[in-house]
Design a protein around this ligand. Structure first.
Ligand code: ADP
Ligand code: MG
Length: 344
């Protein structure tokens, strides 16, 4: 009843598992939000709801309407190095999904209580898998909507040392919201809703328009003033929005670089963008940018950092320089010289 290519979860062989950048992916509540939302995006969800309570230590819930997991595979999702996304080491050079290490769910379930309800496409009923503190998964049949809901409670309840390193719940909550915002900006085709302590913080429409997401998150003024940019080169395409010279921030919180749908940080590219603004904004102030870079997956390595926040580019300096040229060009268009609000 399932199509041939319906994803199955398999445990990676030891050699493949050993080639994957290892490390802790669950440092704080924000990392849990990131891993769960990325799984929802990989499952082709169109709607994703994120709920955070008590700074993420009390509860983190991510609900999606993606493809779900076949009932017989659901407990396997909590096994180490079990993934439906890659099969062999050579797949590491052609990664089109956000996940591939098969480590997030087991790592989260090792330090929290996790309940996952999932119903695969075409199934009439779902399964509930419960795991606490890295124990054996408990599996039951449940009625649930199609898609997957993962609920994480009592994060770090069994690792008091880890809890000590966390900031105040309000700071942890802020970090969780910040990462949810980045994921929403990375995926304008997905409708996101973010709830904090039961209150809705933001919602995006999922209509595919990056500017609509920017407006939903950063407000109308930003949506109106930011300058559109697009450029292409050999094996890459750049699209997005950058601030005009009169809009800047005290920090880098509104600088977002997305590479093939993945939110990343790259010092070389960030510096190349900031250099373009050096003479036009006050020192100590930072430009705003939301840039989507589409690049041939063969030209990047995402397997360098366990949380996949860093990506290695071939010819990084050359690429950064070309991005700088595109930014400069945009900063010299008429709209960059006169604010939209004062133009006729
Ligand atoms: P990875 O994402 O690296 O494969 P994870 O531990 O995050 O590893 O997830 C393990 C597997 O569980 C995934 O490969 C996927 O098959 C399945 N899975 C996890 N979350 C979801 C979800 N929200 N929807 C559908 N499948 C999921
Ligand atoms: Mg994952």
């Amino acid at each position: 009843m399932y199509p041939e290519d319906y994803p199955r979860i398999k445990v990676l062989d030891v050699e493949t598992a050993n080639q994957i950048a290892a490390g802790e992916v669950v440092e704080r509540p924000a990392s849990v939000v990131k891993e769960l939302v990325e799984n929802s995006i990989d499952a082709a969800a169109r709607h994703i709801t994120v709920e955070v309570m008590g700074g993420g230590l009390t509860l983190i819930r991510v609900r999606d309407d993606g493809i779900g997991i076949r009932p017989e595979d659901a407990p396997l999702a909590f096994a180490r190095h079990a993934t439906s996304k890659i099969r062999r080491a050579s797949d590491l050079f052609q990664i089109n999904t956000l996940g591939f290490r098969g480590e997030a769910l087991p790592s989260i379930a090792a330090v929290a209580r996790v309940e996952m309800d999932t119903r695969a496409v075409g199934e009439k009923i779902g399964v509930r898998v419960r795991v606490a503190g890295g124990g054996e998964p408990e599996v039951n049949v449940v009625g649930c909507p199609p898609g997957t809901t993962v609920t994480v409670t009592d994060l770090f309840y069994n690792t008091p040392a880890r809890r000590q390193f966390l900031k105040k719940p309000t700071s942890e909550a802020r970090a969780a919201v910040a990462i949810a915002e980045k994921l929403a900006l990375a995926h304008p085709e997905v409708a996101f809703a973010m709830y904090l302590e039961g209150k809705r913080l933001f919602a995006t429409q999922g209509n595919g328009e990056l500017l609509a997401v920017i407006t939903a998150l950063y407000g109308l003024e930003m949506g109106r003033e930011l300058l559109p940019l697009s450029d292409t080169g050999e094996g890459w395409a750049l699209k997005g929005y950058i601030s005009p010279p009169w809009l800047h921030r005290a920090g880098r919180s509104h600088q977002v670089l997305i590479v093939n749908g993945r939110y990343i940080f790259n010092r070389t590219i960030t510096r190349a963008v900031e250099d373009c603004y050096r003479t036009v904004i006050p020192s100590g102030r930072y430009p705003i940018f939301v840039l989507h870079l589409a690049i041939d997956p063969q030209k990047i390595d995402v397997n360098v950092h366990p949380a996949k926040l860093e990506v290695k580019f071939q010819q990084e300096h050359e690429l950064a320089q070309k991005i700088g040229v595109a930014i400069n060009k945009t900063l010299h268009t008429p709209r960059a010289v006169m604010p939209a609000s004062t133009s006729p």
